[in-house]
Design a protein around this ligand. Structure first.
Ligand SMILES: Nc1nc2c(c(=O)[nH]1)N[C@H]1C(S)=C(S)[C@@H](COP(=O)(O)O)O[C@H]1N2
Ligand SMILES: [Mo]
Length: 321
């Protein structure tokens, strides 16, 4: 049975529009003067007279924006869905989308457990009902030095973690991708220690910029981008943003990750975007923005320094790469 992309979406089908209409709708809202800030204030304050002003929204969360908060244009849908790293399907970025087309992403369950008071297995439908999706426009910076600007739909991972109530012993979060050899031809490559796994420190996982994405451009995620649910950690190299998650585990010790297991000298646990710490085989000072000529400067923490630098106070970011 083919999965119904509409059924798993938390927004009305009328909202699901092709990219050019999506842009027009946004320009239309803008023309009406329905600015993002106004929308957020309305949403946050409701009608309560004298309510305290809303806290500053996180960068990328401004409703109605057609660029990221720096003014950079969104990467076209065709590039986001046509140029992918997803080694379970292929190591060729152009081949992933075709090979992933038949990947069965519904029904889907995510097991959340480990050091928590309230372990639970959620269906993706449960998650979408319980944690309504919002839009986050984030830069994605791959460790290979290319980048995109992606309008994700998703919810904060922190909300889900609060729901399961981590115990005091929980210090890290471990994530695991589905392992489905019949549907993932790349799994036959014996070199990789499958399943793909990743990890975050608990405070990184609880940060408001860290989301679980279920859509992009207002449509449900295509399989090549990690459907039905994937992590997005915008200040870290793209490989931290693990796709097609089936398991989230709260743990006491820093978990192993696929890339740091294969090449610990090249891919560390932290993997914070840092133009001053080069990859052993190439510079990280600049990046190629997909769809743009030339290169751009890479920014500390991918431009989210103001939001996340405090997580790393006192740490040596050359050692903890
Ligand atoms: N399970 C899994 N997750 C993964 C990968 C992968 O190969 N397998 N590749 C990572 C890398 S290197 C990047 S850059 C991003 C790419 O996400 P995108 O294809 O949606 O742009 O996914 C990350 N998540
Ligand atoms: Mo990447």
């Amino acid at each position: 049975m083919k999965s119904d992309p509409i059924r798993s979406l938390p927004i009305s089908p009328s909202e699901i529009t092709p990219e050019h209409i999506y842009f027009n709708r946004r320009q239309f809202l803008k023309a009406l003067g329905f600015s993002g800030a106004a929308a957020l204030l309305l949403a946050a304050c409701g009608e309560v007279p004298g309510a305290a002003p809303a806290a500053t929204p996180p960068p990328g969360a401004t409703a109605g924006a057609t660029t990221d908060e720096t003014g950079a244009a969104l990467t076209p849908y065709a590039s986001i869905a046509g140029y992918n790293n997803y080694y379970e399907f292929s190591t060729s970025k152009e081949a992933v989308a075709g090979l992933a087309q038949g990947f069965k992403t519904a029904p889907w369950q995510v097991e959340v457990g480990g050091l928590v008071r309230n372990p639970r297995t959620y269906s993706v439908d449960d998650l979408l009902k319980k944690f309504p999706a919002e839009e986050r426009i984030y830069r994605l910076r791959c460790v290979e030095a290319w980048s995109m600007v992606i309008p994700w739909n998703g919810f904060e991972l922190g909300a889900l973690l609060k729901d399961v109530e981590p115990t005091a012993e929980a210090k890290y979060v471990r994530f695991e991708t589905a392992y489905v050899p019949e549907q993932m031809p790349g799994l036959s490559a014996p070199f990789y220690p499958w399943p793909y796994q990743e990890g975050l420190r608990l405070d990184e996982a609880m940060h408001r910029l860290t989301i679980l994405a279920t859509g992009l451009y207002g449509k449900s995620l295509p399989p090549q981008d990690g459907a039905p649910i994937r992590l997005v950690v915008p200040w870290k190299y793209g490989f931290k943003s693990i796709k097609s998650i089936v398991k989230i585990e709260l743990v006491a010790d820093q978990p192993a990750t696929l890339w740091s297991t294969i090449a610990p000298n090249e891919y560390g646990f932290y993997a914070n975007v840092n133009p001053q710490v080069d990859h052993p085989r190439w510079s990280q000072a600049t990046e190629r923005r997909i769809g743009e000529p030339g290169r751009r400067a890479t920014h500390m923490f991918n431009g989210y320094e103001g939001e996340v630098a405090a997580l790393y106070t006192g740490m040596d970011l050359r050692k903890n790469y």
